[in-house]
Design a protein around this ligand. Structure first.
Ligand code: F6P
Length: 546
């Protein structure tokens, strides 16, 4: 039996429950009583200005939450992670995405070996290759330069580079076309390739394991498309396919030259991998120098998380706020609402980071947890969400804490009227967090002339908690800072909940079952032990199919 006390039996947990039972703080009152709150409840990390004043907390709440973090030894686990200890217990692996952005002279050991030289050797190899594609020196099989790059991967081997490519579009080589294919629905690859010339197309097959059925299926179809387009010469594969993987054997088996493989390691989790070789498509897009700037941004926040005291530690703080709402207010979800068109895939990326990490229901000792773990993470860029689901956040019955992320400057490419639109975008950004926090009372509605029968409908209770993250501009470094901030926030929450944030066994079951069902669809084969509902659905599918 483990001697780790159950989370909810800790005195620090009980103290938070008692504190919560004292009643809900009211933001209007908190700001009235402490006009300096807006300055006090701010943490600055690198280029990020993080305002957490609009949260349902007092100094006492924060102190109690920090006591919970101390009791659950969040910083102890953090240090073990940075030291390369095997804190992914179910897979017996180190968790060292922080080593991917460590400076060249750093020392990070796994099983007694310093991994930093390997990391930089791969980064250098990526930089060399990216430079050759960008300059046109790397040509396709027929001697034509590469103009299209198609990344084939799924989950962490897709979401990271796809998100970051969108985020940093303004920094990309505009003369190159980038596409990201993940879905095993043939439509995805079809749409990505239908207007491309195979002679000018490079496929990057991104798969940590190189066994993921979606990716291998799409990569096989892509090879057929390429060979069909180039007259069937197998030698073409070497000029048009590269692999990003930990599995050299499977890469070779697929037919990709191991020289064209960019390696990473089992201590890099899929959802933490886009700053490894998995970022090759991004590096080709933005260039090696910008990629390094991004890594430096990650590293800056790693160092902050590693060294900042609890009171000023941004990931700790954001993690604790999530615990406060999820465990003591029954909040089920968390919205992430970026006010940047370029961050259109940011929340989808965070969904994997957060939900695959902390969607767990047994603790590190294998005992069922008696407390809520990871939230449902959702959201889309503002202001679009304002005209869709914000109504529910403002006046619905659910408590939905939200992060608002915005920038003082639009990207440098925008000029004239398009640049001027940025202030309107940001006016919406500030207006929303204001309205969510302070609402509108019935008297205020009446004073505006609202008819009495409408007052209840046009009253906003406010007190909806938000974090505001503001930076000057969305640069590669700022993107790295933002992602590292969320990575470590997720880490903090997993540490408090005493779960393994680094495995994903839940995903495996679906993979196994899909493999069993496929022959029933293609050949009508009987699947032993298939439940009656699925059997009926499979048979209907076969009847409906042409
Ligand atoms: O979705 C489950 C998962 O295992 C993710 O963790 C991973 O990012 C994804 O599959 C892809 O795996 P691979 O890179 O091995 O193809």
């Amino acid at each position: 039996m483990s001697d780790t006390p159950e989370l909810t039996r800790r005195p620090e947990w009980a103290a938070l429950e008692d504190h919560r039972a004292e009643g809900q703080p009211v933001l209007r009152e908190l700001f009235a009583a402490d006009p300096a709150r807006a300055e006090r409840y701010v943490v600055r990390v690198g280029d990020l200005y993080i305002d957490y004043s609009k949260h349902l907390i007092t100094d006492e709440t924060l102190a109690l939450l920090r006591e919970l973090a101390a009791a659950t030894d969040v910083f102890g686990l953090r240090d073990a992670m940075f030291r390369g200890e095997k804190i992914n217990i179910t897979e017996r692996r180190a968790v060292l995405h922080t080593a991917l952005r460590a400076p060249r002279d750093a020392v990070v050991e796994v099983d007694g070996e310093n991994v930093v030289p390997q990391v930089h050797a791969v980064l250098d190899k990526m930089a060399d290759f990216a430079g050759r594609v960008r300059s046109g020196e790397w040509t396709g099989h027929t001697g034509r330069r590469i103009r299209n790059v198609v990344n084939i991967g799924i989950g962490g081997s897709d979401l990271g580079p796809a998100m970051a490519y969108e985020a940093l579009r303004a920094f990309t080589a505009r003369e190159l076309t980038f596409r990201f294919v993940s879905n095993v629905d043939g439509a995805d690859l079809h749409e990505a390739t239908r207007d491309l010339d195979p002679a000018e197309t490079l496929f990057i097959v991104a798969s940590k394991t190189f066994t993921t059925i979606e990716t291998i299926t799409n990569a096989t179809s892509a090879r057929t498309w390429l060979l069909d387009g180039l007259g069937g010469d197998e030698k073409a594969v070497a000029r048009h396919f590269v692999a990003l993987s930990t599995n050299a054997g499977k890469v070779t088996e697929f037919g990709i030259d191991p020289d064209n493989m960019f390696e990473f390691w089992d201590w890099v989790g899929g959802r933490y991998s886009y700053d490894s070789a998995i970022g090759l498509s991004l590096m080709i897009a933005i260039g090696p120098d910008r990629f390094r700037e991004m890594l430096d941004g990650f590293h800056l926040v790693d160092e902050h998380f590693r060294t900042a005291p609890a009171e000023a530690n941004a990931p700790l703080l954001l993690g604790l706020l999530g615990v406060w709402y999820g465990n003591f207010h029954d909040a089920q979800s968390h919205a992430v609402l970026p006010y940047s068109h370029y961050l259109s895939k940011f929340t989808a990326y965070l969904q994997q980071l957060d939900m695959e990490s902390n969607g767990k229901s047994v603790d590190r000792e294998g005992r069922p947890v008696q407390w809520q773990t990871g939230p449902v993470v959702w959201g889309t860029p503002g202001t679009n969400g304002q005209h869709a689901y914000y109504q529910l956040i403002h006046q619905g019955t659910k408590l939905i804490p939200a992060d608002f992320i915005g920038f003082a400057e639009p990207v440098a490419e925008l000029s004239g009227e398009l640049k001027a639109q940025h202030d309107l975008l940001m006016a919406n950004f500030f207006a929303q967090t204001q309205a969510l926090a302070f609402g509108k009372t019935a008297d205020e509605a009446r004073a505006e002339g609202v008819a009495e029968e409408q007052v209840a409908h046009r009253t906003f209770k406010g007190n909806h908690p938000t974090t505001t993250v503001l930076a000057r501009e969305l640069t590669p470094s700022v993107l790295g800072q933002l992602i590292a901030l969320y990575e470590h926030k997720v880490f903090v929450q997993g540490a408090i909940w005493n779960i393994d944030s680094f495995d994903q066994w839940g995903v495996e079951l679906g993979k196994v079952l899909a493999k069993r069902i496929e022959p029933a669809l293609t050949e009508g084969a009987e699947v032993p032990g298939l439940d009656p509902s699925t059997t009926a659905l499979v048979s209907t599918y076969r009847t409906l199919r042409k």
